[in-house]
Ligand binder design. Sequence first.
Ligand code: HMG
Length: 386
Amino acid sequence: MQIGIDQLAFYTPKTYLDLVDLAHARGEEPDKYRIGIGQYEQAVIPVTQDAVTLAANAAVKVVNETNRDQIAMILFGTESGIDHSKSAAVYLKRLLNLPDNLRAVEIKQACYGATAGLQFAHDYVRLHPDKQVLVIGADIARYGLNTPGEVTQGGGAVAMTISAAPKLLNLDNETAFRSEDIMDFWRPLYRTEALVDGRFSENVYIDFFKTVWLDYQRQTNRTIADFTAFAFHLPFTKMGLKALRAVLPEADAEQQKQLKTNFEASRQYNRRVGNLYTGSLYLSLRSLFDNAVLKPGQRIGLFSYGSGAEGEFFSGTISEQFDAQQSRQRFSEFFSSRQQLTMAQYERLFSQQLPDHDVLLDVTHDDARFVLAGIKHDQRQYLDRN
Ligand code: HMG
């Protein structure tokens, strides 16, 4: 039985910063950001969007009348949670009007949370092939103004439905993972911005990638020759390029060319949105599906990394029903309709934080269907403006 990703949608707000403007403002060469880091633009998230609304705006694209009653679980990966106790998944369930007889929980392990959700969903659907699981990765990546991490900020959400006979990717059963207590990136409960040991985090990422890739090959007897493309967690797109370069020498010249071309396809969306933490790998997969020339049956390798740290290499084959046409069209319309911010507008939006008392937010500048309208009696007030 084939099980995997049936639908994969993405949402990010329309406001963005051009990183050439950021480079000028920070006294850096634009090429450092565009080539050295591999990022062109960065999504800027208004205060009227949080992990729940980002997720709802993505999920509404994959939940419809045909699958609504099949969804048995929401697994919500995030490291931008809005409550220490109550899960973001329960809010999401209400906003999507899903029935009460489902499980709704939040999963946290830095950028790895959505992959944990995907693998748990894979196992669940194997036991219950008539059911679907809604897997979310929703985050806002914040390092702070004037920090080295600033150029790698971003945000948004991916929503995936995991089912039997999926339309996009059939997941292979074999997977290789590793976890280790490492302080490369973390965010204590009292902080809204992450702390990071930048270079060290890059080294741990590569180290984890090499280890799980080797372990995967041992388990499966597959080699690089079995792969048409790799999709990586992309905190910034140069990171994925560094990982790809670590394995390219294992391929012959012809295949190296194919893997590089497909890597370019896989980073097109990410380099214009930035890091969305849990969603980044899956945004890259969406970008690959939409911008590469792929055929049913071809195998894709996926590397998920969450600081702290957890890494996993797994794979899947393109479904017979695969068709990326419509999605490609929607994304090109989306990117051409975004609103570019000046540095002053970016810094103002970035610095707007929710107060810890009741507040009514101005939602007129946010065109999303789901918005955060304020806080009342310490409870977030969400609006569905459909
Ligand atoms: P930095 O110190 O500003 O940059 O920090 P740099 O000086 O290292 O330069 C970056 C690259 O630009 C270098 O290339 C330079 O040579 C190049 P590299 O050696 O890396 O190949 N460069 C130029 N290239 C072309 N033209 C030029 C030029 N000038 C320089 N003129 C850093 C960069 C990424 C460390 C920083 O932005 C940062 O700390 N970011 C956040 C941490 C991060 O994203 N880590 C990634 C791995 S950890 C991870 O993926 C998990 C994460 O997503 C969180 C989670 O799991 O929740 C972050």
